[in-house]
Design a protein around this ligand. Structure first.
Ligand code: UDP
Ligand code: MG
Length: 328
């Protein structure tokens, strides 16, 4: 990709089958950004409609400002954002959805908040949403859970409209479906000056939502992953080892008690010469529970070891973020 001189803003727009919206979106961005240096990076996530033709036409009409990337197939919004981030050159990078639900009128206020507030990231907050209830209610729950796990006080983590300093987006990798958790990725990478701004939100004008209800299931699974990764990915043994040891020790203690009591009972029987009435040890349920606990504990421990070995042996891992260097 050819290097462009430093510019004020990059607007990164991931899109999948949004041909109707694109010309309107581009025209609106142009109106808002008169007099500024900017680029619009359209990432076509394997659209099956005419989106790529529209992007090509927009590029032909405005070659210096329109950057288009087209995926060979549909990889998902996270992949779109990731590649858009790689291409972006602006001092401030704004992401927005292609479907006109996010308003380009918010671009300049967001940029201002990043620069004047000295912030790493400003997330939009769709305080008044124009979406069906089936979406807004689970979203509240999801935002609450994400606040708890991340410790980041945002109301609307998954808002498509966000602004970043360029350094932030160059440092993070948005994999899988992690676009819902970019503020967490940023925080993990050491960019924790995070702000929020209430933004306008419109109902979808053309086409339909590209995400179904499975978004919530996937969202919660991803939240667990990222919560785990941010705490334990460099030291998985601290979780699995501790869990495994505690489980193993408690179970071993339980087993000792069961076997001990059985032995005492047997000794008593043999000393008093009474008839042996006590249960066989294999008929005592606590025996099996302790045994299962010991096996599970050992398994956890092994899982911790394996995870630790994997995390240490991967040479490509260097996710310690160096904030600055001096002298070289
Ligand atoms: N999108 C994408 N790849 C996908 C699904 C969606 O690039 O696989 C884009 C979509 O075109 C839109 C943005 O992500 O620009 C948000 O998607 P959508 O509007 O369907 O989500 P919703 O507003 O319903 O949350
Ligand atoms: Mg939308």
């Amino acid at each position: 990709m050819k290097e462009r001189p430093s510019i004020d803003l990059s607007i990164v727009v991931p899109l999948y089958n949004e041909e109707e919206s694109l010309p309107e979106l581009k025209a609106w961005i142009d109106r808002v950004l008169v007099g500024r240096t900017y680029e619009v990076v359209f990432v076509d996530d394997g659209s099956r409609d005419g989106s790529w033709e529209v992007i090509s036409a927009l590029h032909a009409a405005d070659p210096d400002r329109v950057v288009g990337l087209r995926f060979a197939r549909n990889y998902g919004k996270s992949a779109g954002l990731h590649m858009g981030f790689q291409a972006a050159q602006g001092r401030v990078v704004i992401t927005m959805d292609a479907d006109l639900q996010d308003s380009p009128d918010e671009i300049l206020p967001l940029e201002k908040q990043v620069l004047e507030g000295g912030l790493d990231l400003v997330s939009g907050w769709k305080k008044k949403r124009h979406d069906p209830l089936s979406k807004t209610i689970p979203t509240k729950l999801y935002n609450w859970a994400t606040r708890k796990v991340s410790g980041i006080e945002l109301h609307d983590f998954n808002c498509g409209l966000k602004a970043y300093r360029r350094e932030v987006i160059k440092a993070i990798e948005v994999q899988g479906e992690m676009h819902r958790y970019i503020p967490m990725l940023a925080k993990n990478a050491g960019f924790d000056r995070i702000g929020e701004r209430v933004v306008q939100h419109q109902a979808r004008k053309y086409g339909s939502s590209k995400f179904g209800l499975e978004r919530f299931v996937n969202g919660f699974l991803d939240l667990m992953t990222i919560g785990f990764m941010s705490r334990f990915s460099r030291k998985p043994m601290h979780l699995f080892g501790a869990l495994g040891s505690v489980m193993f020790l408690i179970s071993a203690l339980g087993l000792t008690v069961v076997v001990g009591m059985k032995l005492i009972a047997m000794i008593e029987v043999s000393m008093t010469g009474g008839e042996h009435v006590a249960k066989n040890i294999t008929e005592i349920s606590a025996f099996y529970i302790s045994l299962a606990g010991m096996i599970l504990g050992a398994q956890f421990f092994l899982a911790g070891f394996l995870a630790e070995m994997i995390s240490r042996s991967d040479p490509s891992r260097s996710d310690y973020m160096v904030a600055e260097t001096t002298g070289r």
